[in-house]
Design a protein around this ligand. Structure first.
Ligand code: DX5
Ligand code: ZN
Length: 213
């Protein structure tokens, strides 16, 4: 599956870019919320996303790069989001946060920074619907893919098989046709792609190409 990241869209032409996503073969729309505390950047927040949600026809995959993400479960739910991803590093009581996301009627994803090992997931892997592996340090689009991520996808695939978990593997950061192909070979289910889609001559054709990997 492919989830284009709105972070790389043209913010002066959001309606046009979301229209393109609606027409495309994209499976989900990936939305990156940053708070300037958990990550060294601020992107957009709920007032903007409410408008995005109103016109987007694809399921919303919300990636919260914020401290205390549990404070915003009802706001994410109000968007009609399909998936709420919280960072492992931002949740002291991750088990409770996952339970609360499910109680709100959404799928729950847990996200790992590049420096957090896959083994930290052992006690939550059966409870989550997705693991989002960061393949760059979160906070910015257009960064260089971290090669070690390929090993991490393989390790995570093994953990999912060993535990009988139903979690999907999503990867985020520096995904293009080359890295995307290798990530899929290693076991990734969902590719997030920002720059490679929106900077392409034809974003729709790029989405199709990434989806065929
Ligand atoms: C980075 C975000 C990503 C970002 C990816 O912190 O989580 O979703 O949009 O951008 P690219 O695909 O350009 O690396
Ligand atoms: Zn993201």
């Amino acid at each position: 599956m492919i989830a284009p990241s709105l972070l790389a869209a043209d913010f002066t032409n959001l309606a046009r870019d979301i229209d393109m996503i609606n027409r495309s073969e994209a499976d989900w729309l990936h939305l990156d919320v940053m708070d300037g505390v958990f990550v060294p950047n601020i992107s957009f927040g709920f007032p903007v996303l409410e408008h995005v949600a109103r016109i987007c026809k694809k399921p919303l995959d919300v990636h919260l790069m914020i401290v205390q993400p549990e404070k915003f479960i009802s706001e994410v739910k109000a968007l009609g989001a399909m998936m709420m991803n919280v960072h492992y590093e931002a949740c002291t009581h991750l088990n409770r946060v996952i339970f609360e996301i499910h109680k709100a009627g959404m799928k729950a994803g847990v996200t790992l920074n590049p420096s957090t090992p896959v083994s930290m997931l052992v006690d939550v892997i059966r409870d989550v619907d997705m693991v989002l592996l960061m393949t760059v340090n979160p906070g910015f689009g257009g960064q260089k893919f971290i090669e070690h991520s390929i090993d991490k996808v393989r390790q995570l695939r093994r953990l999912i098989e060993e535990t009988g978990s139903h979690a999907l593997i999503e990867v985020d950061g520096g995904v293009n046709v080359d890295t995307g192909r290798r990530l899929v070979e290693a076991g990734a289910d969902v590719l997030v792609a920002g720059s490679s889609v929106f900077k392409a001559d034809s974003p729709e054709a790029m989405i199709r190409q990434l989806k065929s990997l």
